[in-house]
Structures are given as structure tokens and as C-alpha cells.
Design a protein around this ligand. Sequence first.
Ligand SMILES: C[C@](O)(CO)[C@H](O)COP(=O)(O)OP(=O)(O)OC[C@H]1O[C@@H](n2ccc(N)nc2=O)[C@H](O)[C@@H]1O
Ligand SMILES: Nc1ncnc2c1ncn2[C@@H]1O[C@H](COP(=O)(O)OP(=O)(O)OP(=O)(O)O)[C@@H](O)[C@H]1O
Length: 268
Amino acid sequence: MIQFPNAKINLGLHITEKRKDGFHEIETCLFPIPLCDALEMIPAPKTTFKNTGLQVPGNEKQNLIFKALKLLRKDFNDLPHVSMHLHKAIPMGAGLGGGSSDAAFALKIMNMLFNLHLEDWFLEDYAAELGSDCPFFIQNKPQLAKGRGEILEEVEVNLKGRWLVLVQPKIHISTQEAYAGIIPKSPAHPLKEILMDPKSWKEKLVNNFEESIFKKHPQIGAIKENLYQQGAFYAAMSGSGSTVFGLFDQEPSISNWPEDYFTYKNQL
Ligand SMILES: C[C@](O)(CO)[C@H](O)COP(=O)(O)OP(=O)(O)OC[C@H]1O[C@@H](n2ccc(N)nc2=O)[C@H](O)[C@@H]1O
Ligand SMILES: Nc1ncnc2c1ncn2[C@@H]1O[C@H](COP(=O)(O)OP(=O)(O)OP(=O)(O)O)[C@@H](O)[C@H]1O
């Protein structure tokens, strides 16, 4: 069975509290976008893993897909062997949640492939063990995420027909380090209200990671400015960066970025 784990962007990201378990309380809208990896899982005599496209760092046992398999095997110890092939296209350490998406799709594929009949809420519980962004990708629709990211509520955000541009400089940001540089604060406006009116986003929708990350990497802040100069009605960093996204009413050009930047454009 083959599936296409997609990336996400964060529409607004408030970091409101540091918890005793090392995580932070957040509020963000996780929004699925069409940039995808490809993941194939087939029952086989032996469990194997192949990675084509972008190379995921570390050995295969460290890959979140392998971790998803291991997690299910704890409860379903007679799961058959699988041959896995991940073709990676979503940049890593980029704030696009690619690893989390691969893991969530691995859980969904195995649920179907092996007729486990697990409901979404059950898969979300497994996903939460693999990463804070991971449960969102089970239902994979615009959702408000609270807690450490695992408490989900469907939210109406209409961006149909708008153009999405992603620009990622070759900077890898560790999520853990990004959180370590944050002083939590209460949001100025409730996120759910702002989300209903995309025209107000430029003024009101904020990502609390931007201040510290832009200070450390001014070229990321410069991308945001540039997207606004090109006519975006909204531009922001996604998650803990380093990707910056722009949303446009009309199709923009993406030909003017440095050659070593990752760029992507698609209509939503
Ligand atoms: C930045 C976001 O992408 C926004 O959607 C997510 O909050 C990050 O989610 P993620 O990559 O799935 O993160 P995890 O793999 O669960 O955690 C990585 C590290 O980030 C920090 N972390 C993560 C989530 C959170 N709410 N608070 C945190 O402080 C913790 O130090 C944790 O050890
Ligand atoms: N299948 C996978 N795809 C990508 N990264 C993986 C995978 N499995 C493990 N990883 C590890 O997870 C790290 C973070 O990857 P990911 O692409 O999810 O980062 P991110 O875009 O910053 O995510 P987030 O938005 O959740 O912070 C990688 O640098 C890699 O070491």
C-alpha cells in the first residue's frame, strides 16, 4: 500500500507556558499542505527499510516510521513483517512536520494493511507517543492544537484557491533548541477568532518563535519581508522554522530566490 504523507504549516503559534515535564503549552492552527513524501509498506518475509530522495539522518531504527512499527508491535506482537520504502521530499528540521507525518501515515497504513480496526482517537494516542505534531496527521484537516500539540479541535479555515509559497534557506533548526529560547506569554488575541478572517492575519496572527529565531538567523526574517514585498496577504515562519510561507491571492513568481534555497509553490 502506498500513501503520501503531507507537510503542515502553523497558522499562528502561541507558546503560553513552560511545563514541568520539559514541554510547553501551545496554541496553534495546524494546516495540511500538498507538499508530500511517499511511503510504501508491503507485507514481506523480512522487515526492511529503504530511503530514497532526501536522506533522513541517523540509522533506520531511529526513523520515526520504524518507531511507529515498533510501537504497534508492542501491543500486536504477531504483526507480519513489512518492506518499507520512504521517498523523502519534505525538507527536515524545517518546521513542516515531515517526520511526524511519515509516522502518522505509517500507523494509518498498518491499521488498514493488517485490518486492526483501530479508530482515529486510538491512533492519535499512539501518534502522541511518537511526537507532539504527530496526532494531527491522523485526521489531517485544519485543527486547533493545544496542550503540547496533541489536544485537537477541528477549525474552519478557508484558503481554497489561494496560492502557497514555501521558502526554506539551508538552515536546520532543532525544535528542542528553539523552545529553549522562548519566554512564554499570554496571547494578545484568541487564535480561533483571528483564524476566521484571513485579511486580519497580517496584523494579528503571530508565531512566538519568530522573534528569537529571526534574531539568530536574520536571513529567515528577510524572507518574510520579501514575501510581503511580493504581495503576500500573509507571511510567517512555520513552527520553529526555518521555512517561511507566504499566502497570495494571485499566483506569484518564485524565480528570485537564491539557488540553494528550497522553494515550493502550489494552489490550495
Ligand atoms: C514546533 C511545532 O512543530 C509546532 O507545531 C511542534 O510544537 C513541535 O512538535 P514535534 O516536532 O512533534 O516535537 P516533539 O518531537 O514532540 O518534541 C521535541 C522537543 O521540542 C520541545 N517541545 C515540543 C513540543 C512542545 N509543545 N513543547 C516543547 O517544549 C521539547 O523539548 C521536546 O523534547
Ligand atoms: N521519517 C522521517 N522524516 C524526517 N525526519 C525524521 C524521520 N524520522 C526521524 N526523523 C528525525 O526527525 C528530525 C526532525 O524532522 P522533521 O522533518 O519532522 O522536522 P521539523 O520539520 O522541524 O518538524 P516539526 O515541525 O514537527 O518541528 C529530523 O532531523 C530527523 O533526524
